[in-house]
Design a protein around this ligand. Structure first.
Ligand SMILES: [Zn+2]
Length: 361
């Protein structure tokens, strides 16, 4: 009995050791395979322009974007996103394949990026958010930026009710935007230390607003606009792609239009049926605009729940891009394609960043 028990214990210990060893070597083999298998990169851009404030690093200057394209075309084939997906399926991904994507649907992609894509004959995919709210007032993060970081003078105290809670903020000496702050505002990124109370407030409100449904968020923005004493924010008419511009961008086939929902929500916070509506509706309206099937999708904020992935698949898309930072290999899941976000780097920094990314794994 005792012997039996001892044996059982010894066996289970051994089994655990075997499991660990085999598991470990499997992981090691997995890593090794990843290291030596063909690897590609899907690059995520948003805007090709220069603006006075860019807290999320969404803008790359046209000059830098031109330098990026020159480097990309020298170092590997730049494929269409759909070609990358086909290559993953077929197991014949070229060794250094690149694909270019743009999120959100800013008009500078047509006016500034497209001529450069034409010049280098490089394809790209543009993921467009289709809702009417987008056309009326632009994206909420841009409105928040204009109100808090680009308004000369703000009142001392802000009292706001958000999602059933009342918040109070004091701006103190930062009610007036000081000359010496302006360069900091221009270069400040939301993940860096906040240089003034305005920046702290911007980041705090961003975190609160991202979780709200669109209509509640717009109510908060209306209150903020009244508090700031500025005329209701109107997105410059050329800031976002109109339906006509989306059709123009897609016309010669170099640029693929992909879907990016209707209202740019945090999909994982929505019911399955609301997710389905966001995903399916953006596909349908874009297909109407470009008169061809829309096959690629990108998750807003890179956010999704397990059921979001199956919903995208059922809606008839052939791939979806996340914001998980990684290389693409033949083992990548085509409905959770990793991407790397490109910042406003010059050619030299961009080239070294590319080799850093490509040596991951
Ligand atoms: Zn987006």
């Amino acid at each position: 009995m005792v012997v039996g028990e001892e044996m059982t214990t010894a066996q289970s210990v051994r089994q655990r050791l075997v499991d660990r060893t085999v598991g470990g070597s499997r992981k090691f083999l997995g890593r090794l395979k990843k290291r030596f298998s063909p690897r590609g990169l899907i690059l995520a851009y948003h805007r090709i322009t220069e603006v006075s404030s860019d807290p999320w690093g969404l803008c790359v200057s046209p000059r830098h974007f031109g330098e990026h394209l020159e480097i990309l075309t020298k170092h590997g084939p730049v494929l269409r996103l759909q070609q990358v997906v086909e290559a993953i399926d077929a197991g014949d991904l070229p060794r250094r394949a690149f694909a270019i994507t743009f999120d959100d649907g800013y008009a500078d992609v047509l006016h500034n990026a497209k001529p450069l894509l034409d010049q280098f004959r490089v394809p790209a995919t543009v993921f467009v958010t289709t809702g009417e709210g987008r056309q009326k007032r632009g994206f909420w993060w841009d409105e928040l930026d204009r109100l808090l970081l680009q308004t000369d003078r703000l009142p001392d105290t802000l009292r706001l009710g958000i999602n059933g809670e009342t918040y109070t903020w004091e701006l103190g000496p930062d009610t007036r935007s000081k000359e010496e702050d302006s360069w900091r505002s221009r270069s400040w990124k939301a993940w860096e230390e906040a240089p003034t109370e305005r920046h702290t407030l911007y980041r705090t409100l961003w975190q609160l607003l991202i979780k709200l449904p669109e209509n509640e968020r717009e109510q908060v923005l209306d209150k903020l606009t009244a508090w700031a004493g500025v005329t209701p924010a109107v997105q410059p008419p050329d800031a976002l792609l109109s339906s006509q511009e989306i059709a123009t961008l897609a016309a010669d086939g170099l640029v693929e239009i992909g879907a990016h929902t209707v209202t740019h929500p945090l999909l994982s916070a929505l019911s399955v049926s609301a997710q389905r509506e966001e995903i399916q509706q953006s596909k349908t309206s874009l297909e109407r605009m470009v008169s061809r099937p829309v096959m690629s999708f990108a998750f807003p904020y890179g956010n999704f729940a397990p059921e979001t992935v199956s919903t995208v698949c059922e809606a008839g898309f052939s791939c979806a891009c996340s914001t998980a930072v990684d290389i693409v290999t033949e083992d990548s899941n085509r409905f959770q394609l990793p991407r790397v976000q490109v910042m406003d780097w010059d050619g030299e920094v961009f080239a070294s960043q590319l080799s850093k990314w490509l040596s991951r794994g």
